[in-house]
Design a protein around this ligand. Structure first.
Ligand SMILES: NC(=O)c1ccc[n+]([C@@H]2O[C@H](COP(=O)([O-])OP(=O)(O)OC[C@H]3O[C@@H](n4cnc5c(N)ncnc54)[C@H](O)[C@@H]3O)[C@@H](O)[C@H]2O)c1
Length: 254
C-alpha cells in the first residue's frame, strides 16, 4: 500500500478524475477527505469507498471561498490529526473567446481554478508543515500548453495552474512539501460529456474528433489519471517537485 496511514484531501472528488483518485487513494491505504459542491455525488463516493473497506469523509465545500477552504482543512485535521496530501482537482469549465467571456466568467474560472488552488495550498501547507512535509498535486491540463479554439478563460486558468505549481514548489521545498501537477489530455468524465453537449456533439462524435489528436488513439479512463496523481503524491516521487506530468496519450508531442 503506497499511502498507508496518509491523510489526503481531494477537491472536486464527487465526480470524474477526483472521484477515481479518492477511490484509488483509499485502496492504497489513505484516509481520504472529499470536498465538493455536489453533496449527493460526494456522499455516494464516500459510501463506495467505505463499502470497499476504505476510510473517507465528505464535506460540502466551494473552493472559490477561502472561508470554506479554511473550514474543510480544519475539519480534516481535527478528525484525523493532520494532512499529508492535497489534490487540487475541482474546476470551473468556462469556455469561449475573449469577446464572449464576461467579467463573471473570468471571476468564476480564476476564482475556482487559480485562487481556489492557491488557498487550498495555503491552508494545507500549514498542516503539512506540522507533520514535517507533504505533497500537493494540482490538476493542470494539456490546455496549459496548447491553444484551442474558443477556450480562452479555461486555458488561461490552466496555464496559471502550471506556474502556480512551480512557484509553490519553490517556496515550500524547504518545508519538505513537494508540489507537482498532472496535465491530462481528453479524459472520459462527465465534464467532457457536458462539453460535447454544449458544442452540439454526441459522445461518439466527440470521441471521433479527439481520438486522432492523441498518439494513443483514444480517450483515457479517469483511473489512468488517478494513477499518475498517486505516483506524485506517494514517496515513489520523493525527488520530484515543480514538475508537470503529461497524462495525454502523446497529444502534446505533435
Ligand atoms: N476531463 C478532461 O478531459 C480533463 C482534461 C484535462 C484536465 N482536466 C482537469 O481535471 C480536473 C477534473 O475534471 P473532471 O473532468 O473530472 O471534471 P468533473 O466535472 O467530472 O468533476 C469536477 C468536480 O469538481 C466539482 N467542482 C466544481 N466546482 C467546484 C467548486 N467551486 N468547489 C468544489 N467543487 C467543485 C464538481 O462538482 C465536480 O464534482 C479538472 O481540474 C479539469 O480541469 C480534465
Amino acid at each position: 500500500m503506497r499511502l498507508k496511514g496518509r491523510i489526503a484531501l481531494i477537491t472536486g472528488s464527487a465526480s470524474g478524475i477526483g472521484r477515481a483518485t479518492a477511490k484509488l487513494f483509499a485502496e492504497e491505504g489513505a484516509k481520504v477527505a472529499l470536498a465538493d459542491l455536489d453533496r449527493e455525488g460526494g456522499k455516494s463516493a464516500v459510501e463506495e469507498i467505505r463499502r470497499a473497506g476504505g476510510q473517507a469523509l465528505f464535506r460540502k465545500t466551494d473552493v472559490a471561498s477561502e472561508k470554506q477552504i479554511r473550514a474543510v482543512v480544519a475539519a480534516v485535521a481535527k478528525e484525523w490529526g493532520g494532512l499529508d496530501i492535497l489534490v487540487n482537482n475541482a474546476a470551473a469549465f468556462v469556455f469561449g473567446t475573449v469577446e464572449e467571456a464576461t467579467e463573471a466568467d473570468w471571476d468564476r474560472v480564476l476564482g475556482v481554478n487559480v485562487k481556489g488552488y492557491a488557498f487550498c495550498a495555503k491552508y494545507a501547507a500549514r498542516e503539512m508543515r506540522k507533520r514535517g512535509g507533504g505533497s500537493i498535486v494540482n490538476l493542470a491540463s494539456i490546455s496549459a500548453f496548447i491553444a484551442q479554439p474558443a477556450f480562452v478563460p479555461y486555458n488561461t486558468s490552466k496555464g496559471a495552474v502550471l506556474q502556480l505549481t512551480r512557484c509553490l514548489a519553490y517556496d515550500l521545498a524547504a518545508d519538505h512539501i513537494r508540489v507537482n501537477c498532472v496535465c491530462p489530455g481528453a479524459i472520459d468524465t462527465p465534464a467532457t460529456m457536458r462539453h460535447a453537449r454544449s458544442v452540439g456533439l454526441t459522445k461518439e462524435e466527440l470521441v471521433n474528433q479527439l481520438k486522432p489528436m492523441h498518439l494513443i488513439k483514444r480517450m483515457a479512463d479517469p483511473r489512468e489519471v488517478a494513477h499518475a496523481i498517486l505516483f506524485l503524491a506517494s514517496d515513489e516521487a520523493s525527488f520530484i517537485t515543480a514538475t508537470p506530468l503529461m497524462v495525454d496519450g502523446g497529444y502534446t508531442a505533435h
